[in-house]
Design a protein around this ligand. Structure first.
Ligand SMILES: C[S@@+](CC[C@H](N)C(=O)[O-])C[C@H]1O[C@@H](n2cnc3c(N)ncnc32)[C@H](O)[C@@H]1O
Length: 486
């Protein structure tokens, strides 16, 4: 265990060596960074060449996992002896090696570092230890982008792992939990180095926060659907079976969300013979919360199993065929045909008739989409105004909506008119010419009813028919973030 004072000294050493996000990015250059994105160390090592300064040696030690001469590490890192004692560094002959990965990380609000177990580089196949602590994965980054950016009072980072979500939460107070004690220890180093305060608590799901409420809960839980009872990796599977973990995260949330509080989850769900929307609605409706589910991708069971067998470092091993067969048997026995991968959000709105929207959305989105998710929940009330109020209200079009026309080259009139969001979820709508004219005129100046009058008289459209069409469309346009009440 690394004392808090040692973490503070390590931070000073890292800063002094220029081992920061900007410093390391400049040093490695675009190719070096892109190589690391691909888990290739060669371009980064090439960028460092034979230089033996402190910054280069810390990149070798903490990111590339190289052996570095002990004397050079001690010069670059005066706090190294404490790291050796805490077991983060280890000596091999006259060199030192890191047993963890430490990567510079930054947000608008902080200069930080993420401490995790090392990412296997250069195609090395490593079977992770059961209590492996994942670093900043693509899934972690996606979740950071699903979290609404507004400041909240209390936030819960459920299953904190290396602590990455807590680095991104803008909250007065953060509670970060995990069942894995190693994760809590590495998260303590991440947060301590990055100057983020969080109350770190051991325990499963909502157990460590019984009786408490949060304005925001963010979680990228161990959602992998695999045979229960087998060998498990704590970062990805719980042994609960099927997508029971996801169900428990969702159904347990209302008791832990403050009024108006939001839960954002990234996860997987089973696709069985029962319509998936109906299964998920069965979890969501009883919560009494507004809900938005976006299935981003669907994998057939073979692709899914292969993905996670590779993740466990089993490709090429004697266990591969056996594990594959067990997994397939399990999917057969439980009727899991495919797996949905996506995002799920709840808002504890206290509404009598919650808005529950469950859809497949595999299209391009404009990250970060957290504010678009918040805007969806914010807009439910406006989208449900009665006809008279909708017509009397002034609406403003989001500035990121563009009109696209599609048709045969040279044709006088376009065959398709599309309104597309160049922001958020990138939603699109194909309106008729009159509806497009009404939306185009929504600049917050005139009430909707007056715009319908004007467009009807300009185009010769029948007033009542146009009003009916516009009212139905405006509810959807408001809910989907094309229009906002001025
Ligand atoms: C996929 S990792 C996500 C880590 C981190 N939050 C991120 O975004 O990268 C899932 C984390 O949940 C933890 N975990 C596993 N089972 C859990 C449980 N029952 N309750 C709480 N956390 C759990 C794992 O130890 C792991 O750290």
């Amino acid at each position: 265990m690394l004392a808090d004072s040692a973490i503070a000294r390590l931070r000073d050493d890292l800063l002094a060596a220029g081992f920061t996000l900007d410093g390391v990015s400049d040093r490695l250059g675009a190719s070096g960074l892109a190589g690391l994105e691909r888990n290739s160390s060669v371009p980064a090592a090439a960028a460092l060449g034979h230089e033996a300064d402190a910054q280069a040696d810390l990149v070798r030690l903490w990111i590339l996992g190289h052996r570095v001469p002990a004397a050079r590490v001690l010069a670059a890192l005066p706090s190294a002896s404490e790291l050796l004692e805490a077991g983060l560094l280890r000596r091999e002959d006259d060199a030192l090696l890191a047993d963890v990965e430490l990567k510079p990380y930054g947000t608008d609000r902080l200069t930080g570092w993420i401490c995790s177990d090392p990412t296997p580089l250069d195609g090395r196949i490593v079977r992770p230890r059961p209590d492996f602590v994942l670093g900043a994965s693509p899934a972690s980054t996606t979740l950071t982008q699903l979290v609404p950016s507004r400041h909240v009072g209390r936030a819960l980072d459920l299953g904190t792992g290396c602590g990455i979500q807590s680095l991104n939460l803008d909250a007065g107070a953060i509670v970060a939990t995990d069942v894995n004690p190693r994760a809590l220890e590495l998260a303590r180093i991440t947060l301590g180095l990055s100057g983020v305060e969080a109350d770190l608590r051991p325990g499963s799901l909502y157990e460590p926060v019984a009786g408490e409420r949060f304005d925001l809960i963010a979680t990228n839980p161990p959602y992998v659907i695999s045979p229960p009872g087998g060998e498990r990796l704590v970062y990805r599977e719980t042994g609960l079976g099927g997508d029971e973990l996801m169900r428990q995260v969702v159904t347990g949330a209302p008791q832990r969300l403050a009024d108006g509080g939001t839960l954002v989850v990234l996860g997987n769900w089973a696709i069985t013979d029962r319509p998936w929307e109906e299964r998920l609605a069965g979890w969501l409706r009883p919560t009494g919360c507004d809900a938005l589910v976006l299935e981003r991708e669907r994998l057939d069971r073979y692709a899914y199993i292969e993905l996670w067998l590779a993740d466990a470092g089993l490709v090429g091993s004697d266990d591969y065929d056996r594990r594959y067969a067990e997994w397939l048997d399990y999917f057969d026995a439980t009727g899991i045909r495919e797996v949905g991968l996506g995002w799920l959000a709840l808002r504890n709105s206290g509404r009598e008739r919650p808005e529950v929207r469950i859809e497949q959305w595999p299209h391009l989105v404009h990250q970060p989409v957290g504010d678009a998710i918040a805007a969806f929940f914010d807009s439910v009330g406006d989208a449900r105004l009665d006809h008279a109020e909708l017509l009397a209200s002034r609406w403003r079009r989001h500035p990121g909506v563009v009109q696209e026309t599609l048709g045969e080259p040279g044709a006088a009139d376009p065959q398709h008119l599309v309104l597309r969001q160049h922001y958020g979820l990138g939603r699109a709508l194909e309106p008729g010419t009159e509806l497009a004219a009404v939306v185009g005129a929504c600049d917050g100046e005139l009430p909707l009813g007056r715009l319908v009058d004007a467009v009807a008289s300009l185009t010769g459209a029948e007033r009542v028919t146009l009003e009916t069409e516009v009212l139905a469309a405006v509810r959807r346009l408001v809910l989907e973030g094309f229009l906002h009440r001025a």
